[in-house]
Design a protein around this ligand. Structure first.
Ligand code: MN
Length: 512
């Protein structure tokens, strides 16, 4: 019970070879040998030999096309914590980089839960680890995914807590990093333990739905292939995809538990050689089937904040049946499944794993992962546990809920939480812009400061340099933690000044 398939070193090697024939197999073999020897005699709660756990984690990472260094670190990830082999020894044999990843994983913490304090401590550790080295978090996802797959073997109460933490913290972070496939797997594996009845209900609905739709989908795929061939549009693959269970469940709740209202329960996914072919295919599909109004989404020209790119459209098929199409290139496909992890490159000349520029940005964070920095800063500045707990709600809103992306007049993209207002935008640009904000123009029109922005808006903040500081009233509608903090800070420090400035001397009743 609770055991997953049994893997061997050869399975791992074969899997890597299929993706990267020039991989550093010696490194993988050495890491496996050390881990295998160190964990010798240890068993998982499921009864299987302990080495199966790091091996499974490594296999998940291979599937994500992770570089050799990361796979080696995954094989070694529980060694210093659970065996007699120390981190020093790992450093000696495998070098600084692998040792530092292994160290990072140990710091994120084993799954031990002692109430809220522990929960917060875990969260803090995750954020720090992420800010230091995003690769640690990616290994942690693989580690957690295998732990979730073997939850049957551990006591129910503990299983529930692990699943809940995965659902509330790990999955949203994976989503935020654009790792859709990993997010889906983390959620589905946790769903079963967190909401067992709802899980069963959704599973049954999905199974029935899939069975009834399957022949339909096959026919649409054939017809689509034919249409594309007739128009000389090349394609790589066209397949049906079914929504992950938990994400289906969330959507069902939104639509009165009525599966017929969920148009993207199944979708036809078209993998095409280039962006041009994606748009061409969209045109062909629209000429054959009538698209639903307002359901055409161009995430290629306007990617989601997490980097997701694809074209989506929903069309009327036979007798009012509705089906969603998704067009993307292989590169977009891989990025949508594994997010930043898909940006691992292999440098043939150096025989080394190299990181693409985008991935480098993530390790040396720039603007686009400002939020990871914010988390790290936050856990540093908040010394008091109570304060941290109080901020947790705000933090969840900031980081984990849906994001919008808006533009400066120069075209820079600013990533904000949903429902953000021009005030949040102003503070995201610069504290001085926020503090001296007088009014805002959105898409060229004056826009009230308390009204939410929408994705794609172009925002121009009009400042008044003689303004002494923010209006405390803004706290009512500022959405981001960043803006609220800045407004509060100013209110605390400069309230007297502000009153002096805003309220005419006469009204304060005293004359000099
Ligand atoms: Mn582990």
């Amino acid at each position: 019970m609770g055991a997953t398939a049994t893997f061997t070193l050869n399975d791992l090697i074969a899997q890597i070879r299929a993706i990267r024939p020039n991989a550093d197999f010696q490194l993988i073999e050495r890491a496996f040998a050390l881990a295998d020897a160190a964990h010798k005699g240890q068993a998982r709660m499921s009864g299987e030999p302990y080495i199966q756990h790091p091996l499974h984690a490594a296999m998940i990472l291979v599937e994500m096309h992770a570089p050799d260094q990361i796979i080696a670190a995954a094989l070694l990830h529980d060694v210093p914590e659970d065996t007699d082999v120390s981190l020093e020894e790992i450093k000696e044999h495998f070098g600084e980089d692998i040792a530092s990843m292994v160290n990072g994983i140990s710091k994120v913490g084993k799954i031990k839960y002692r109430g809220v304090e522990r929960y917060i401590e875990n969260l803090r550790k995750i954020f720090v680890a992420m800010a230091n080295d995003i690769r640690v978090m990616i290994i942690k996802f693989a580690d957690r995914l295998h732990n979730l797959q073997t939850l049957d073997a551990i006591p129910q109460k503990k299983a529930y807590r692990i699943a809940l933490e995965s659902l509330e913290i790990y999955a949203p972070i994976a989503g935020r990093l654009g790792m859709g496939e990993i997010k889906g797997r983390l959620e589905d594996a946790s769903f079963k333990y967190v909401l067992p009845k709802e899980y069963e209900w959704t599973l049954e609905l999905a199974t029935k739905g899939t069975q009834s739709k399957q022949p339909h989908i096959q026919k649409i795929i054939e017809q689509t292939k034919e249409e594309l061939q007739n128009s000389n549009i090349q394609f790589i693959d066209i397949h049906g995809r079914y929504k992950h269970l938990y994400s289906l469940y969330r959507k069902l709740l939104k639509y009165g538990r009525d599966i017929t209202k969920i148009y993207d329960f199944t979708a036809i996914r078209c993998i095409l050689p280039s962006t041009a072919e994606c748009y061409a295919a969209l045109g062909i599909i629209h000429s054959r089937w009538t698209p639903l109004k307002g359901r055409i989404k161009d995430y290629i020209s306007q990617p989601k904040p997490n980097g997701y790119r694809s074209l989506h459209t929903t069309v009327f098929y036979d007798r009012g049946a509705i089906v969603e199409f998704q067009m993307r290139t292989p590169e977009m496909h891989e990025a949508a499944e594994f997010g930043i992890a898909a940006h691992w490159n292999y440098d043939e000349t150096k025989g080394q794993e190299m990181m693409s520029d985008r991935f480098k940005n993530l390790i040396n964070p720039e603007k686009e992962i400002e939020w990871i920095n914010q988390l790290a800063v936050m856990q540093n500045t908040i010394k008091d546990k109570k304060e941290f707990l109080a901020s947790l709600e705000e933090l969840k809103l900031d980081v984990f809920r849906d994001r919008i992306f808006v533009y400066t007049p120069k075209g820079d993209v600013i990533d904000l939480p949903d429902e953000s207002t021009p005030i949040d935008f102003a503070y995201a640009i610069h504290t001085d812009i926020g503090n001296t904000c007088a009014s805002a123009k959105v898409n060229g029109m004056i826009h009230p400061l308390d009204q939410p922005l929408k994705s794609g808006d172009i925002i121009e903040i009009i400042t008044n340099k003689s303004r002494k500081g923010p209006n405390p009233d803004w706290l009512r509608f500022a959405k981001t933690r960043h803006a609220k903090t800045k407004i509060r800070q100013f209110a605390r420090a400069g309230i007297a000044d502000w009153i002096k400035d805003v309220i005419p001397t006469a009204m304060r009743g005293k004359k000099k």
